[in-house]
Design a protein around this ligand. Structure first.
Ligand code: LLP
Length: 385
């Protein structure tokens, strides 16, 4: 079986489970994005929710990218790790008063507002501070992202964004709010989107919206198309970098920018998923009646994606060269959903072998929990082992 290139000798010295980040891959990914956006009116705001490990944040910030935050604490983490406030956007359906104040106090670039009551509260807080809050309206375009239903956000039935029908009323509220300044629109329709047609559909909606705002005499300097670019979970060794170039080209082709307009993206998964691997050790090889279970020391508390979204992660035994056999790979948590994969082929495994669960850099470490009073997973970096 083809395996990733891991410093196995060094791993042998470390306590498991841990996240291992390939910093060279992260750097190459960031270089790819930089090159694809150079000299273009494209702005990248990394979606901090995907991975807020300080080392990862610092690495991304040093490239001059901005941050997309969905909580006050994410804004603080972004600032602490080098993201400039004027490149921070703040989305979320439920911004608390404290969080709005964090945004205002730090003069962030823009609030991606998701409802009329939010706009009213934001205006009140901005007025109290004698500030003007810049706002992009997050619009729910009713587009099916054809991804898992838990990570679809752009359908009418989802809680996110303002629907098209409510825009006239929303504009009235903005016009009556002297401390708000409308600078653009924001649309994020879901995550792990692999069909380019979905993004073409998004462009059609954005064009329609732009025309509608134009007809009201409202310019939109900021067009924010959100995140969502999918990665290839099946082939982490062959396709380690997401299709950024074609993604940006698709938007350039389908969404010609007007004078003074900038296009903003909020990629999370596509930047950090491939560089992260969850390394875990085989505790027991357990014979079931009909199959063999590899019981490993990582569980759904370390990586919840398979349990929560039935997500696929490529798994390898990185210490065995023996003939492959079918296994169910399961963790130690007291939940039947604590299974990473069923009936996958892994090199014949024994107690103590190291197992790599790939493409886990996004929504892995950050979603870890302490359920069963477990320790949070550690993290190690390829350039500091
Ligand atoms: N912008 C907004 C407003 C978002 O809600 C998200 C993700 C992103 C950007 C980044 O999307 P990305 O480029 O990562 O697809 N925990 C789930 C994914 C949840 C995504 C939530 N929003 C998972 O593990 O698949």
């Amino acid at each position: 079986m083809i395996k990733g290139n891991f410093p196995v000798q060094k791993f042998e010295q470390l306590n498991t489970p841990f996240y291992y980040y390939d910093m060279e891959l992260l750097q190459t990914t960031l270089d790819t994005i930089k090159k694809a956006t150079e000299n273009k009116p494209i702005h990248i705001h990394y979606a901090v929710k995907a991975n807020a490990n300080p080392r990862i944040l610092k690495e991304i910030a040093t490239r001059g990218f901005g941050a997309d935050c969905v909580s006050g604490n994410e804004i603080l983490a972004a600032l602490e790790n080098g993201f400039p406030p004027d490149k921070i956007v703040f989305a979320g359906v439920g911004k608390s008063d404290r969080e709005i104040q964090i945004g205002l106090d730090n003069n962030i670039f823009c609030f991606n507002a998701e409802s009329i009551p939010e706009l009213e509260v934001l205006n009140t807080h901005a007025a109290a501070k004698g500030k003007t809050a810049k706002v992009a309206l997050r619009i729910n375009p009713n587009i099916d992202a054809h991804t898992h239903k838990y990570i679809t956000t752009g359908l009418t039935e989802n809680k996110f964004g303002i629907s098209r029908q409510h825009l006239p009323q929303t504009l009235k509220v903005i016009n009556a709010s002297p401390n708000l300044r409308l600078i653009g629109i924001h649309l994020h329709i879901g995550s792990q989107i692999t069909d380019p047609q979905t993004f073409e559909d998004l462009c059609v909606k954005i064009n329609e919206l732009r025309e509608w705002f134009g007809a009201q005499g409202i310019p939109l300097p900021v067009i924010n198309a959100g995140g969502g670019l999918g990665i290839n979970y099946r082939h982490p060794n062959h396709i380690p970098i997401a299709g950024f170039e074609s993604h940006f080209r698709l938007f350039e082709k389908n969404l010609p920018l007007q004078e003074g307009q900038t296009l903003h993206f909020e990629p999370g998964r596509s930047i950090v998923a491939p560089c992260g691997t969850l390394i875990t050790r085989v505790l027991f090889v357990k014979e079931g009646l009909r199959k063999k279970f590899l019981i490993v020391d990582a569980g759904m508390t370390d990586l919840i994606r398979p349990a929560l979204y039935q997500a696929f992660h490529h798994i390898e035994n990185i210490t065995s060269d023996r003939e492959p056999e079918p296994y169910d790979v399961a963790g130690p948590i007291c939940e039947s959903s604590d299974v990473f994969a069923e009936q996958i082929h892994l090199n014949n495994s024994t107690r103590g072998d190291l197992i790599a669960i790939r493409s886990a850099g996004a929504y892995g470490e950050i979603m870890a929990s302490r359920y069963n009073c477990r320790d949070l997973p550690l993290s190690h970096f390829s350039d500091r082992l």
